[in-house]
Design a protein around this ligand. Structure first.
Ligand code: KG4
Ligand code: ZN
Length: 364
């Protein structure tokens, strides 16, 4: 099968609150991309409850796979490769997806690949925009905020990451404080449309620092304090939303500018570089616009996958599974789901902030 000319890959994603299944081909056709999100359930709690999310994956998977096959006009036997997120993520959901994928692979006698969720986001632009290595990746999701030099498949050099909270987490927390629902990013973006981004002063942590890392916890605290001092009517909510969206964007742009300089140094001062933005926060149109401007200013080209492929999805897992399979072969059916799984396993050796290694391995 490895030599066959159009491989069909089924990708399963269950690492957070979306149950997602996609089918893609090795020729980069996305045949289906089904996402069942648990927002209505999670809205009641203002966040993801791991145990509930895992149980929901269990009941959603059958339905998701049937829809994905129906949309791709394939039957299970026509699938050549089964890929599933093996981590990092909420371990209950990752276990559900992994067991499901292994069982499918065994019963169909097809190879199974355990995919790093971050690699799914990192390689999406190769599926959607057909880009070549190397490129600089701004990975901004609910759990991660990192700048990574993607040199080639499997060769990832971390330039920076957050010292505390992720950008998506900051959007989610702000939305929770404002009482406008979960996930917070899309709600903050929506409310920002009628708001004035200069109405409230919020800090820009690490702004202009020579250290390329991010930090968002101080911003979260400042936002909470300002919100508590105000009566939250529609106007104030819009203004606060626009202000925090602007502040997060300014931080991302300032850090990415530094990341671009460092990436150019890594590549021996190459001039025009490719910048890829991915992860759920990359669905934010204001952030995409500002990144476009940054690219103009720094002689770089921006690649931003379609919005539905920025947030968690099965197609990105299928594609990353395919790249892993052709580079490294299939995974062992003994693969153990990993709550932590950094893209660059040696990051903790070079940067003290990543030295927090728990029982489950280095923090991503
Ligand atoms: O990549 P993703 O779907 O899941 C993780 O791997 O974490 O990212 C989810 C995060 C959430 O924090 C959500 O609020 C944020 O992405 N997000 C957005 C937008 N859409 C999703 N943040 C800002 N603007 C958006 N439009
Ligand atoms: Zn994600």
């Amino acid at each position: 099968m490895r030599g066959s000319n159009n491989i069909k890959i089924l990708g399963i994603e269950t690492s957070c609150d979306d149950t997602a299944i996609g089918v893609v081909t090795s020729k980069k056709d996305i045949l289906s991309n089904v996402v069942i999100n648990q927002n209505s359930n999670l809205n009641n709690y203002g966040g993801v409850v791991p145990e509930i999310a895992a149980r929901d994956h269990l009941s959603n998977l059958d339905h998701a796979i049937n829809r994905a096959l129906e949309e791709s006009k394939l039957n299970l036997k026509e699938i050549d490769l089964i890929a599933a997120t093996g981590g990092p993520g909420l371990i209950g959901g990752v276990i559900v997806g992994t067991v499901f994928a292994k069982s499918l692979a065994m019963s169909l006698e097809k190879p199974y690949v355990a995919v790093n969720h971050l690699e799914g986001h990192a390689l999406t632009a190769r599926l959607t925009d057909n880009i070549e290595y190397p490129y600089l990746l701004l990975l901004v999701s609910g759990g991660h905020t990192q700048i990574i030099a993607v040199i080639e498949y499997g060769k990832y050099t971390r330039i920076s990451s957050t010292l505390d909270d992720a950008a998506g987490e900051t959007f989610d927390k702000a939305a929770k404080i404002l009482g406008i629902g979960f996930p917070g990013g899309p709600m903050i973006e929506k409310m920002s449309k009628d708001g004035d981004p200069t109405s409230f002063y919020l800090p820009r942590p690490m702004h202009k620092s020579k250290n390329p890392n991010f930090s968002f916890s101080g911003l979260k605290t400042a936002f909470n304090q300002i919100a508590m001092k105000n009566k939250l009517n529609k106007k104030i909510i819009s203004d606060l939303s626009a202000s925090i969206q602007k502040s997060i964007t300014d931080c991302l742009i300032d850090r990415t500018r530094l990341g671009i300089t460092k990436f150019k140094e890594i590549l021996g001062n190459m001039s025009n570089i490719q910048l890829v933005v991915s992860g759920g926060v990359a669905a934010n149109l204001h952030i995409r616009e500002e990144l476009k401007k940054l690219c103009l200013e720094t002689d770089s080209t921006l690649f931003a996958p379609p919005l539905n492929l920025c947030t968690d999805n099965g197609a990105m897992i299928a594609w990353a599974g395919y790249e892993k399979y052709i580079n490294e072969g299939e995974s062992n059916l003994n693969f153990k789901p990993r709550p932590r799984w950094p893209l660059d396993p040696n990051a903790h050796l070079i940067n003290p902030i990543h030295q927090n290694i728990g029982r489950s391995g280095a923090k991503a």
